[in-house]
Each structure stands twice: as structure tokens, then as C-alpha cells.
Write a protein that binds this ligand. Structure first.
Ligand code: PMV
Length: 350
């Protein structure tokens, strides 16, 4: 069957306008707290959902006219795109091919998918995975297919591998999660966090807030992963040391969370930043933001995500401290910040 990707003049605007069947899907952004890059080599990572950075996909299906081949269009809207922008990426084509394979859709697929994305792109916030996740869920809805969590993950991961090269799967899972995750080798579980008032351990529990800041400069996960792959190919000892140190830090941070040790957790963040900086993943601008967050009273700070630009994350003890950290980050040049309280949040409709 032929597979045609059209520009964005599909059934929503054509003769079938208003008559198409509709489906919707949602996802959200994420920020990695510890373990990025090492996670590609099998170590664990800790990641939080960023629920305020939503992605919504709306699919409109219409009767296929003419020769009977597929007619699929993807388009995006959002703060980074001036209007509706056609999206005909390899990753989306791959996603549709995989969707068809796994869901046994045999009839021609004629559908427009409009993706409304609040996640800044190329900033390590999971925009590509969240778009893919929202699109998969919208396609499943409009073609009346029930997908289990594993199938959704595999479809998102198929598209992520096209975008990033070697993808660990952390974004594919975190962009659909409703709580912070402990991720390892393609699987994840909710992080056990001792919240304030949870009983023994530290009296206050873990009541911190994460501040995520955008440096305003595009990062490139693909380039960064490739950079480390080449470095580590030349220097096996450097690879072993990096992977071991990040892994130790991540497990130590996990225990801090379980025990409600806020300031120890913050120190692990900053230490992880040092390791990422030393292997060449940070930038001067991100280093300056990390310094600013610490100077403003943050318990710890580090680059977050693929790097070579993008975002950083800091830990604040309470709302007042988070406000001070936000002010410090803005003065140091952050173009946007988001404050994410530790804990669960209600899921989007998916
Ligand atoms: O999508 P990003 O930029 O947050 O990168 C994901 C984290 C990496 O460890 C750098 C890559 C991966 O697939 O795990």
C-alpha cells in the first residue's frame, strides 16, 4: 500500500471539513534529575514529569478518496511556531509505519494530525517524545484501537530512535508519567519519595521544588550522545569511570529521596553536573546558570537532558527559596523557568 505524506491541506480544510471522525491524545514534558548519558550505557536515571508543558494532538479522519492510498498529514502549533507548520519528519513517517504494523490497520489511513506543543524544542525537555506520544494516542483514538502501555512505549521509542539515534527510552516513558520515575534499561517505576509528614526518617520529609530553566540555546541530544560515544570509544577507562560515578551518584540520590535528605540530594545534582561538564556536555551559559542557582540558595543544580545547550535544573527547599532561585536564574540570562513541586500530579487525558 502506498504511503503518502501530504502537506497540511487535509480533510479538515477540504471537502470533508467538519465530517471527519476525531481523536485526541496528550503528553507532557520531562526533566532529567540525574543520570542522563550514562543511562544510554545501562545505568539508572531519575526523571520528573513537567506537567505544565503539555502537548495535545488532535487527529481528524476522513474518507479516503481516489486511488486508495494513505493520506496523512502532521502539523504543529505552539509558541515556537508562528502558525500551523507542516511536519513531515522521518520520525513521524516511521511512527505511522510502526503504528500500522502493530495495530493491524488494513484500510487506507487518511488523517490529519494537529499537534499543539507547549514544550520548547531542542532543550532536553522531551518535546520529540511527547509529540510522538500524543500523536500515537490520537491515532489510536481515531482508529479505535486500544494500545497497552508497552505498545505506546515501543511506538514512541521507534520514532525517538530516528530523532536521537541511540535512545535509552527515558523520554518515551517520562512524557507519559504522572510521578517522578526511577528509570533503568527500558523500564521505570515511581520514585519512592519520603514526603513531609511521612513519619520516621527526616522530620520534614522531601518537600522540595525543582526549578527548570531554559538557557535559550538549542541543545542537540543526537550530537551529544555521538560525542560521548566517540570519546568513550577512544578511552574505555574514561567511559568506565563516568558510568560508574554517575551510577553511584544516582543510587545515592535515590536513597536521599527515600530518606527525605534534601540538601544531600542537591549536592548529588551539583556533583553530577561536574561530571557532565568534564566530559564536554555543558556550555558556559549553563555553567553560569548553575552557579547562579547555587548563589541564590539552591541546594544543588545541574544541566538536564542531552546538553550542548538546552536546560538546567536546580533544587530549592521551599517556595521562597524557589522564587529566589528563579530570580537569580533570570538575572543570569535564563529565558524561561518552570517550578515543579516534588510529588504526583493528575494525569492528562490519555
Ligand atoms: O531528550 P533529552 O535531551 O533529555 O536526552 C535524553 C537523555 C540522554 O541520556 C542524553 C539520551 C537518552 O536517550 O537517554
Amino acid at each position: 500500500m502506498s504511503r503518502a505524506f501530504t502537506d497540511h491541506r487535509g480533510c479538515a480544510d477540504g471537502p470533508y471539513a467538519g465530517h471527519g471522525r476525531r481523536g485526541a491524545g496528550g503528553a507532557h514534558g520531562k526533566a532529567i534529575l540525574l543520570g542522563e548519558h550514562a543511562v544510554v550505557y545501562g545505568t539508572p536515571a531519575l526523571v520528573i514529569p513537567v506537567p505544565q508543558l503539555t502537548v495535545t494532538a488532535n487527529a481528524t479522519r476522513c474518507p479516503c478518496s481516489g486511488e486508495g492510498g494513505d493520506r496523512i498529514s502532521f502539523a504543529t502549533t505552539g509558541p515556537q511556531t508562528a502558525s500551523v507548520t507542516p511536519l513531515m519528519s522521518d520520525s513521524m513517517q516511521h511512527l505511522v509505519a510502526e503504528f500500522r504494523k502493530r495495530t493491524d490497520v488494513v484500510e487506507p489511513m487518511c488523517v490529519d494530525v494537529l499537534i499543539d506543543c507547549l514544550i520548547p524544542q531542542a532543550r532536553g525537555l522531551g518535546s520529540s517524545a511527547a509529540c510522538a506520544r500524543a500523536a500515537v494516542l490520537a491515532l489510536a483514538d481515531v482508529f479505535d484501537r486500544r494500545l497497552d502501555a508497552g505498545t505506546v512505549f515501543e511506538l514512541v521509542q521507534a520514532s525517538e530512535t530516528v530523532v536521537h539515534g541511540r535512545a535509552s527510552g527515558i523520554d518515551a516513558l517520562a512524557t507519559g508519567a504522572t510521578s517522578p520515575l526511577f528509570f533503568r534499561s527500558g523500564t521505570a517505576r515511581a520514585l519512592p519519595i519520603a514526603m513531609a509528614g511521612d513519619g520516621p526518617g527526616e522530620p520534614g520529609g522531601f518537600s522540595g521544588l525543582f526549578v527548570v530553566a531554559d538557557s535559550g540555546v538549542d541543545g542537540s541530544t543526537k550530537e551529544a550522545v555521538e560525542l560521548l560515544r566517540r570519546t568513550f570509544e577512544r578511552d574505555a577507562q574514561a567511559k568506565a569511570a563516568f558510568v560508574r560515578r554517575v551510577s553511584n551518584l544516582t543510587y545515592a540520590a535515590l536513597h536521599d529521596l527515600e530518606q527525605g535528605r534534601l540538601s544531600d540530594f542537591g549536592a548529588r545534582l551539583t556533583e553530577n553536573h561536574g561530571l557532565l561538564r568534564d566530559v564536554g556536555i555543558s556550555t558556559d551559559r549553563i555553567d553560569a546558570l548553575v552557579e547562579a542557582a547555587l548563589a541564590a540558595g539552591g541546594f544543588g543544580a545541574k544541566i538536564s537532558g542531552g546538553g550542548l545547550g538546552g536546560c538546567m535544573v536546580a533544587l530549592a527547599g521551599d517556595l521562597r527559596q524557589a522564587e529566589a532561585v528563579v530570580r537569580g536564574l533570570e538575572q543570569a540570562g535564563a529565558v524561561q523557568t518552570w517550578v515543579v513541586p516534588v510529588g504526583r500530579f493528575a494525569g492528562h487525558a490519555d
